[in-house]
Design a binder for this molecule. Sequence first.
Ligand code: ADP
Ligand code: ARG
Length: 342
Amino acid sequence: MYYPEFPPDCKSLLCKYLSPEIYASLKEKKTRYGFTLEQLIRSGVKNVDSGIGVYAGDEESYELFAPLLNPIIREYHGFGPEDRHISDMDPSHLRAENPDPEEKYILSTRIRVGRNLHCFPLGPNLARRERLIVECMVSDALKALDGELAGEYYPLLGMDEATKRQLIEDHFLFKEGDRFLEAAGLNRDWPEGRGIFHNREKTFLVWVNEEDELRIISMQPGGDIQAVFARLAKAVEELQKQLTFAFSERLGYITSCPTNLGTAMRASVHIKLPRLGAKMEAFKAITDRYDLQIRGIHGEHSESEGGVYDISNKRRLGITEVQAVQQMADGVVALIEAEKKL
Ligand code: ADP
Ligand code: ARG
């Protein structure tokens, strides 16, 4: 294995922080689960247009490969090696009244967290058999939920194409064939071991064995952020009674991509902002002020359609869950005000 080649205009954090010296000091290292530097950086080496470019194979990756990962974590989250993550998922601490009660702007609200089981490596380093055990443990835990959270698990294997397409189009199910995940080894043995759980109303969903072993999702039409957060907090609390998630005192919840560490939370709205959308500079000035990310409406790496955008918190580590949602909620209020003025 040689020091990888990056094009001169490469903008990934991998390319920025993988100096030949750091490369040389890490290239022979291996975690107890056998994960190497070569595996860690494969996605960003193959996809030189990556924003980040790395996926961890286990919790230990974050310690062993810290000379590369710490600077990436610092740049993305503003979180240094001496910092400690703190969690607060108490919905009574959130002040997020519906910013759009007349439903003129916000189409839907979604909050997700990523989780991984503490007794297994992360997805890029998960063996086929382990992935099946994870699927079995998670679907068993989900079966035990009741009330509003009760639902069914639908494995991807054997799901008919029309159902799958509809679930993806309706924003409930993950897409297939993501090239970043592919290069990280996260799509091995596809579709076996993957699936989606949801309640009858599709307001509570869990993705199994996508980028993380669990993506726990609460969503509903409109802008009732408080209700969406409360449902998510309840679901996480219930699942935690049955499953132990990978968690570190310093980094919070452990996820395969360093952008998701900490809260592992992305709180978003799909929001109609056609006027702001035509004035990208003004739009970005507001999202930067509230540390928000703009995505298209079919998820990451997709484009906006009809002036509808996905607006979410960018930072996930070093802020609490309540703060992450609060940032999104406050930013959305500012965006709606600006849209109204145009
Ligand atoms: P993640 O949320 O895990 O970071 P993506 O950005 O790929 O991943 O989004 C996953 C799916 O969730 C996509 O289909 C996207 O359109 C949908 N989604 C995200 N936010 C919302 C929202 N506020 N309302 C409805 N669907 C949403
Ligand atoms: N690996 C991709 C990149 O570096 C995605 C990074 C963040 N998104 C994610 N889904 N983890 O551009």
